[in-house]
Every structure is written in C-alpha cells, then in structure tokens.
Design a protein around this ligand. Structure first.
Ligand SMILES: NC(=O)c1ccc[n+]([C@@H]2O[C@H](COP(=O)([O-])OP(=O)(O)OC[C@H]3O[C@@H](n4cnc5c(N)ncnc54)[C@H](OP(=O)(O)O)[C@@H]3O)[C@@H](O)[C@H]2O)c1
Length: 347
C-alpha cells in the first residue's frame, strides 16, 4: 500500500522522523507492505510547499538543514502558508509537529480540525491540541472515518496512550504521577552535579528536547499540558492547563538540591492527577522524592510515569534518557497503526 504523507512543521521531531523513514524505506516496505510519498511540507520560516508527484524527502531534509527555503525543490508548488497548505494538499496522513502553545493550543488545533474535515488522518506530537480539544478531535476523526493519534505528546515513543488503549481493556486509571519534562530534569540533574542552570539548558536545547520557547519547560507549562492531556485521555477529564496548580523550577537553588540530597531525596518536577472527594486535582511543582523511589530514579532526560489503576494496581513506565529519535519513533508507531487500520478496512 502507498500512503501520501505531509508535514505541518519540519523541525527537530519531524526531521528525525523523516530520517528514520528515509533510512528504513526498504525495511518498512518489506515488513509492512508500506510505501510513503511525501507531498506536503509546511514550516514557519522555510516555506510551505505541495507537490502531487511527491518530494524527495532527503532533498527536503538537506535544504532545511542548510537553512534554505523549500520552494527550490523540484516540483514544489507554493502553498503560501500552513492554512493554505492544509486546504490544498492531498495527503492520507499529516504529521503535525508545530510548536506548543500552552495558552489555547492554537493554531495547531484548527489545522488538525481542517485536515480531518478534508478526510486526512492526523498524527501529532503537539500536546496543545490534546489538552484543549482531545474529545472534539477524536469525535470528529470518528465521524469522518479517519484516524487521530498522538502517542508522541507524552513520554515520546514510550507507549502510554496505546498501552492503555490496547493492553489494558476495562482498566480504570484513577491517578497519575510523573516526571514528564526532560529539559527540567536535565537541568536539575546537572545542578545536582554542580553545574550551572544556564549551561544545562543550553545542552538540553542542543539535544533537541527543549521547547522552542524553553520558558514553557522551566515554568512548568509543558508538564502541565502533559498532565492535562493524560487526565483528559486516560481519566476522561475535561481539564485545560489553566486548571493545573503550576510551579516550575526557575527559582530552585543548588542549596535546596544539596539539602534534599542530604536527607536521601532529590528534587524533581512532578506532575500529578489525583481524584479527591472535591474532584480531580491537577498539579505540577518541584517535590522532594526519595532517591530510591521510581520518580527519584529519573536522571538526565529520563521520564517516569506511575499510573494508579483499579484492576492493575500501580504500573510504572520509565523511558531512559530519551532524545528526539524516540519522539520520532512515536510518529512511526502511530503511522503503522493507521496503516494497519487501513489494511483491515480494505480486507
Ligand atoms: N523535541 C522533543 O523532544 C519533543 C518531544 C515530544 C513532543 N514534542 C513536541 O513536538 C512539536 C515539535 O517539536 P520540535 O522539537 O520539532 O520543535 P522545533 O524544532 O522548534 O520545530 C518546530 C517546527 O514547526 C515549524 N513552524 C513554526 N511555525 C509554524 C507555522 N506557522 N506553520 C508551520 N510550521 C511552523 C518550524 O518551522 P521553522 O523552523 O521554519 O520556523 C519548525 O519546522 C512541539 O509541539 C513539541 O512540544 C517535542
């Protein structure tokens, strides 16, 4: 089967995904009977292009990595902007990886809505649309008989949403606690080793794990949007990031980290969803956690999530030192899931 794919955003995550599918083209064709043709790429500053015949993905990667505009690619038709591209492109699956907007999830939510209405399936790594419009977008996808998948939005390629959906039928998730933001964990771990906040942040940016606006990491917005996405999808909540009690790590000092370690603890930015008699409480903030605990085991970019459930007790997922390739893998796993659904429909 051939699937036409398009990119909304062609930054760290999308390019890592493009590299994976270019380098494994033959394996993906052999193992899954899946061939991919890229016929749309939208960026912020490198142009928005479509082509009915398809682009050479390696050429597109090279052009953006040289800082060149994409409209020099052979066969490129200028779509002017992302909204124009969504209206004119003809893809089977769009990969939405534009920057996070933790205030209202826009404009990505509107692009996804429009893409679904044009009967294109969507895979997103952007947690904004899940925090603000998960129910609406999944309902719309069902109505138009397309797929909307978002495994990459929390803990990259580690299966969280797919694990609960596919492997834990009838289980109710009753609470969540996690270290979900790689940038802040990388900074805290570095500071514990005597390094400076700013130098650790620079390295997190170089690793490609920091948000385009790293204030969203440092001030806890990214973790807040993630706990909302998790609660909305796994606990059927109807929260937005504004409902989260949120504190970041901007003012954590080396002295506080040292004091915690003297008492057998580490300070981690912990996101929690707790069912209280008064309702669902969502919070993000620095907490002292025991070094020997699951959350205390998270060092560097490592993420850890504990799910409290009714039938399976506590389950923990740990993703050790993920980089941007693990986020890209989530896009591939969602693509293969969509391909399998299409194969089943055809059978
Ligand atoms: N990096 C990670 O490890 C990671 C992990 C999980 C989830 N995510 C999420 O994945 C998404 C992408 O992350 P990233 O690290 O790839 O970000 P990034 O490197 O900053 O890339 C963002 C991309 O979006 C493009 N863009 C900006 N404004 C746009 C617009 N109006 N229309 C179309 N494209 C636009 C940028 O184009 P220009 O460069 O031309 O401006 C760039 O290609 C974010 O939502 C992030 O939260 C990232």
């Amino acid at each position: 089967m051939e699937l036409r794919i398009g990119f909304l955003g062609f930054g760290n995550v999308a390019r890592a995904f493009a590299r994976i599918i270019s380098e494994r083209e033959a394996r993906i064709a052999d193992q899954f009977d899946l061939r991919l043709k890229t016929n749309a790429i939208a960026t912020g500053a490198h142009g928005c292009i479509v082509s009915a015949e398809g682009f050479d993905l390696k050429q597109a990667l090279a052009a953006v990595e040289r800082g060149e505009a994409l409209n020099t690619l052979p066969g490129a038709v200028d779509a002017v902007d992302t909204t124009g591209l969504v209206a004119m492109c003809d893809a089977d699956v769009l990969f939405e990886t534009t920057p996070l907007n933790p205030i209202d999830g826009e404009p990505a939510t509107e692009w996804i809505r429009k893409a679904l209405l044009r009967r294109m399936s969507v895979v997103t790594a952007n947690k904004g649309p899940i925090a603000f419009a998960h129910k609406e977008l999944t309902t719309l996808a069902r109505e138009v008989k397309c797929s909307f998948r978002f495994e990459a939005t929390v803990m990259d390629g580690a299966p969280i949403f797919n694990m609960v959906e596919s492997c834990l039928p009838a289980v109710r998730v009753t609470g969540l606690a996690g270290v979900l933001n790689s940038t802040t964990n990388y900074i805290l771990t570095g500071m514990e080793r005597g390094r400076l906040f700013e130098e650790c942040l620079t390295e997190a940016r170089e690793l490609g794990v920091a948000e385009a606006n790293a204030d969203y990491d440092i001030d806890g917005w990214d973790a807040a949007v993630k706990i909302v996405a998790l609660a909305n999808v796994l606990m059927n909540a109807d929260a937005t990031p504004r409902s989260v009690e949120r504190r970041g790590i901007r003012y954590i000092t080396s002295k506080e980290l040292k004091h915690a370690s003297d008492t057998g603890a580490l300070i981690r930015l912990v996101a929690r969803a707790e069912m209280l008699p008064s309702g669902l409480k969502l919070a993000v903030g620095p907490e002292a956690v025991a070094i020997s605990s699951i959350l205390g085991s998270a060092r560097g970019t490592t993420n850890a999530l504990i799910l409290e459930t009714d039938l399976m007790g506590e389950l923990a997922v740990i993703e050790t030192n993920p980089g941007v390739e693990q986020t890209a893998y989530a896009l591939l796993s969602d693509l293969i899931a969509i391909h399998r659904e299409l194969q089943l429909k055809k059978a």
